[in-house]
Design a binder for this molecule. Structure first.
Ligand SMILES: C[S@@+](CC[C@H](N)C(=O)[O-])C[C@H]1O[C@@H](n2cnc3c(N)ncnc32)[C@H](O)[C@@H]1O
Length: 267
């Protein structure tokens, strides 16, 4: 694996702490998870994946949303009048979640420490979080303990980087990440008797709108650990510009993605 092996869920490092941009248009807040959530706002992820999850799991019931992020997907899946519980450790995301109409009950910690009664939710969802890669068997066993009916994981299925946000715009020689489709890694780590009953995939586009592409170029170069005078910084700006489409608010970057919906239990 390369140097950026996690989902954009990591802690802040180096100059990221000094970056303080508006997340509204550029999505360049210093928190990588806020950048990811802003990109999800500009993407068709919620629409595409919620439609697929509803086909696989027609009855969602009480929903436990592990690593809910900005709550976009949970909001599209939750059933009005039924419980929506979010496990979410990131403070920016808990603020986002609290502002949603019909906000979920938020448990402000990681899944490892969450105290959730057994069989308390019909559907347990873990969408685009790192746990299925890190400790899949232990995580699945916890999800199965919490559900009355179905466990759903959403994991990347495309070939490409899964760590640094917007790394999918960059050539592999820059991002240096493993590009194995995430679903292959997750299924390969699960024992035969814990394989999902369903594996279904959906195409979608990860997108971001940037008022100032230079800021994104700087951000990515910083995250890649390039020195301030690294000559590739100019190439980064030119590369992003060549990938971007004009947008009324600046530039729009798009990265084709595929995600797999894995499901266990009653379907
Ligand atoms: C890439 S975001 C995905 C958000 C959302 N589920 C979605 O599909 O858009 C990953 C989320 O997992 C959260 N997370 C990180 N570590 C976690 C942990 N140990 N337990 C639960 N959530 C975690 C992050 O804070 C972040 O909000």
């Amino acid at each position: 694996m390369g140097r950026n092996v996690t989902f954009p869920c990591g802690h802040l490092v180096g100059r990221e702490l000094q970056l303080a941009h508006s997340a509204q248009v550029a999505g360049l807040a210093p928190d990588p998870i806020e950048i990811y959530a802003s990109a999800i706002d500009a993407s068709d992820y919620t629409e595409r994946l919620s439609a697929l999850v509803k086909r696989v799991v027609p009855t969602i019931g009480d929903l436990l949303d592990i690593g809910a992020g900005g709550g976009q997907l949970g909001c599209a899946l939750r059933v009005v009048g039924r419980r929506w519980t979010a496990i979410e450790p990131n403070p920016n995301m808990t603020v986002r979640l609290s502002r949603l109409a019909g906000a979920p009950h938020v448990i402000r910690c990681g899944w490892e420490a969450a105290q959730i009664p057994r069989k308390s939710h019909d559907t347990v969802l873990a969408a685009s979080i790192a746990a299925p890669f890190q400790t899949p068997a232990a995580f699945l066993s916890r999800c199965l303990a919490w559900t009355r009916r179905t466990v759903v994981w959403i994991v990347p299925a495309h070939r490409g980087p899964r760590g640094l946000v917007f790394a999918g715009c960059l050539p592999p020689k820059w991002h240096c990440e493993d590009e194995t489709p995430g679903v292959e890694i997750v299924l390969g780590k699960l024992p035969a008797n814990h394989q999902p009953r369903v594996v279904a995939t959906a195409e979608w586009t990860f997108a971001g709108v940037f008022a100032d592409l230079e800021r994104l170029a700087d951000y990515l170069a910083d995250r890649l650990g390039w020195a301030a005078l690294d000559s590739r910084r100019h190439e980064m700006s030119a590369h992003l510009l060549s990938r971007a489409k004009p947008h009324p608010a600046g530039h729009r970057l798009e990265i084709p993605r595929q995600s797999a919906v894995l499901a266990w239990g009653e379907l």
